[in-house]
Structure formats: structure tokens, C-alpha cells
Write a protein that binds this ligand. Structure first.
Ligand code: HEM
Length: 393
């Protein structure tokens, strides 16, 4: 007989819970591998093994509908909202635009931008800076729209757009409505800047339309792909770099280790993704009944597969709260897993490589100077502000 899953009556997406998302998610995981959220009528899968199994089994955990799914929302309805075969037909368009050859051509521009930014930031040595406002956001918000070939005008709407898209992945609560305030001009900008005629001819955005010209996808799908690139690539990367800097301030010996051995840059970024993942969960719908450690998730149930909690599950990760850039990170779920695993991973890693290498060249150490200000969105997670005192090399 199936076990009765523990039920939580807490609001894990409310303002207070979002402020403490790390502790909230970890506590849910310790309640059980499957937990019902009474308020939202959602089944949360919390521990490493079942989350990774669930992400792999796209037939049982479909993306075609999701908790809180609204097909009319600002979220581009493509890829993350598809299962194979449609998903399989569209994904290679982005994957091939991010081929190793294409990435090699981007590397020099990323390094030059990172170097210029850090030369400026190091002038503030000895003072407290907000590392999100001074380092991670300006870097990503410059290199990404440049790469996509977006017009300069209106780029200031990127933050609000990212926030709105993240909000659509969670319940329509107070935080959702805050994110949607003044949506009009943002939606108008996205609508315009994802149009073919407004994209630079040699940018990544135009690559989507060239794939449509070749008949791989439709013109409408090309426009949706530009929208998903814009929304999926920005804040995830900003948050992961910001979290890495937070960790560098809390674990100074790890930062010194990285400075001694810059070949660890990638591990440091991946460990940051594991240690405090920027996406709390992936939404799916169960298409059939699935047994998980004696509990049964029934067909039709709305599910949340908890990346962040799974990435700190002590059943998988020794001393999970410790930031350790030499840990064996194989199998962490910060990029997702299975057919929807992040298709932009190599791009994010390239950005991280440029920025973290510039950091270790110019910043000798980060000193904590207060609590990070949390990013107030239900599903996304990370510092929106990070006070640290920097000491230049
Ligand atoms: C550190 C930065 C990043 C993180 C942590 C991250 C995380 C993720 C995760 C967890 C998923 C899976 C979501 C799910 O299964 O529901 C995903 C998918 C995706 N990511 Fe990323 N991402 C990052 C950067 C990027 C970048 C730079 C791009 C731009 C190319 C990108 C584009 C996408 C797309 C298009 C998908 C959907 C893939 C699919 O459905 O097949 N991401 N990402």
C-alpha cells in the first residue's frame, strides 16, 4: 500500500518564504522525498535521487503543461513548455548556434568586457560595493544583448522582463503582481526587439531566423526563441556569478585556492550552482502514476522538482552547506537534467570563465559587509544585492 505523503500547509512562495528560500527548501526536503503543498495543490519532489530520476523521465513528468501554466503569459511558449518530438525539433537550433566554433569567436569579446569592468571596479578597493550592481549584472547585461544583437534602445527593460518571466513560473501571489506592475512598456519592448528587422544581422538572435529560412522552424518559433534566450540566459547567469562572489566572501580560503589555481574557475562556478541554485524548482505534470520510495505521485498531479533542495541533499552531497571548489560535482542539478537540461550551459560557462578570471586577476579578497538582499521572485533565487568590501590586488 502506498505511503501517505507528508503535507505542508506552509506558503513556500510567499514573501517571507522567498526571503528564506534556502532554509525553506531544505526543511521541505527533510519532511520527505514527496511532500504535498496543501495551499497550492502541488506535489513537491524534494530529494536528489527522485528529482534526478524525474527530470530524466520526460514521458512520466511532462512539460506540456505545468503548475500555474498560463499559455497567454509573457513567457515564450517554446522548448521548456514542450515535450519531444516538438522539443527535439526545436532545440538543435539553439544548440548549433552555440557550437564550440561559435563560442570560440565570442570568447575574446567576453574577456575584454570583463577586463574593462574589473579595472574600473578595482578603483573602489577598500570600500563596500554592491557586487551585483557593480559586477555581475553590468557584465551579463552587456555581453548578452550584444551577443543576441539587440538594439541599444530599451535594454533597461531586460531586468523587468526577466523578473516577469520568472514570476510566471510560480503562483499568482503578491510577488507575481509586483513583477507584473508596469508590464506594458516591457512587453512592447520585447515584442519589438525580438523582431527580425530589429536584430543585428550577425547576432545570435538572427541565427534563429536564419534557421527558420532553412525550414528548421517557423518564423514565429524563431521569434519565440529570441525571447527565451533573452529570458533564460540573463538572471540565471547573474545569480550564479553573484552567488559565487557571496561564497568567496564567506569561504575566503576557497577564493585563495582559486587564485592559486585558475584552472578551478569552472568548478567554482559549478559549485556555486550546486551550493545555492538560481532555480528552486522545475514544474511538470505527471502523465501516469509513479512510485517514489513507497509514495505514489498520481497521474495528473502538478509537480515541482526541487533543483535547489536536491543539490543540497546530504544523502548525495557530503557537508552540502560547505562551498568546496574541489568537490566531485558530477550529477549536480543546477543545469537541470534530461531532455530539458540547459542548452545555454556552454555560453554561461564561457561568460563565467571570462568574469571569474578577471576577478581573480584584480580582486585579492572579498569581505562580507552585510546580508545579501534576496531576489524577490517565487521560483528564481539568489542575491539581488550583495554588500562586500573588496580589496584589489
Ligand atoms: C548559470 C546560468 C544558467 C543556469 C543556472 C541555467 C539553468 C537552467 C535549468 C535548470 C534549465 C532546465 C529547466 C527545466 O528543466 O525546467 C535550463 C534550461 C534552459 N536554459 Fe539555462 N541556465 C543558465 C544559462 C542559460 C543561458 C546562458 C542560456 C542561453 C542560451 C540558457 C537557455 C536555456 C534554455 C533555452 C533552456 C530550455 C532547454 C530545453 O527545454 O531544452 N540558459 N537552464
Amino acid at each position: 500500500m502506498a505511503l501517505a505523503a507528508p503535507v505542508s500547509h506552509d506558503d513556500i512562495f510567499g514573501t517571507e518564504a522567498v526571503r528564506n528560500a534556502r532554509a525553506v527548501d531544505d526543511a521541505l526536503r527533510e519532511l520527505g522525498p514527496v511532500v504535498k503543498l496543501a495551499r497550492e495543490d502541488i506535489t513537491m519532489i524534494t530529494r536528489y535521487a527522485p528529482v534526478s530520476d524525474g527530470l530524466k523521465d520526460w514521458q512520466a513528468f511532462s512539460s506540456r503543461s505545468r503548475p500555474w501554466h498560463d499559455a497567454t503569459s509573457v513567457r515564450p511558449e517554446i522548448l521548456l513548455t514542450d515535450d519531444p518530438p516538438r522539443h527535439t525539433a526545436v532545440r538543435p537550433v539553439i544548440a548549433s548556434a552555440l557550437s564550440p566554433r561559435a563560442l570560440a569567436q565570442m570568447a575574446a569579446a567576453f574577456s575584454a568586457d570583463a577586463e574593462a569592468l574589473l579595472r574600473e571596479v578595482k578603483q573602489r578597493s577598500g570600500t563596500v560595493i554592491d557586487a551585483v550592481a557593480a559586477i555581475s549584472r553590468p557584465f551579463v547585461y552587456k555581453v548578452l544583448p550584444d551577443l543576441l544583437g539587440l538594439p541599444m534602445q530599451g535594454r533597461e527593460h531586460m531586468t523587468a522582463f526577466g523578473h516577469m518571466v520568472w514570476a510566471t513560473m510560480g503562483p499568482q501571489n503578491e510577488l507575481f503582481h509586483e513583477a507584473m506592475e508596469n508590464a506594458g512598456p516591457v512587453i512592447e519592448w520585447v515584442e519589438q526587439c525580438c523582431n527580425r528587422e530589429n536584430l543585428e544581422p550577425d547576432g545570435l538572435g538572427m541565427q534563429m531566423f536564419l534557421a527558420a529560412d532553412r525550414g528548421q522552424i517557423t518564423q514565429a518559433e524563431a521569434k519565440l526563441l529570441v525571447g527565451i534566450l533573452l529570458s533564460a540566459a540573463a538572471d540565471t547567469t547573474v545569480m550564479t556569478v553573484s552567488t559565487a562572489m557571496h561564497a568567496f566572501s564567506l569561504f575566503p580560503e576557497q577564493y585563495q585556492e582559486l587564485r592559486r589555481d585558475p584552472s578551478l574557475v569552472r568548478s567554482a562556478f559549478e559549485e556555486s550552482l550546486r551550493w545555492d541554485s538560481p532555480s528552486r524548482m522545475a514544474g511538470r505534470i505527471a502523465t501516469r502514476s509513479v512510485e517514489i520510495e513507497g509514495y505514489v505521485v498520481r497521474q495528473g498531479e502538478r509537480c515541482g522538482l526541487m533543483f535547489a533542495a536536491a543539490n543540497r541533499d546530504p544523502r548525495k552531497w557530503p557537508a552540502p552547506d560547505r562551498f568546496d571548489i574541489r568537490r566531485d560535482l558530477r550529477g549536480h542539478l543546477g543545469w537541470g537534467y534530461g531532455v530539458h537540461a540547459c542548452v545555454g550551459r556552454s555560453l554561461a560557462l564561457l561568460e563565467a570563465d571570462a568574469l571569474l578570471k578577471a576577478l581573480i586577476r584584480h580582486i585579492e579578497r572579498f569581505e562580507p559587509a552585510g546580508e545579501p538582499e534576496p531576489w524577490m521572485t517565487t521560483i528564481g533565487h539568489g542575491p539581488a544585492g550583495l554588500p562586500v568590501r573588496i580589496h584589489a590586488v
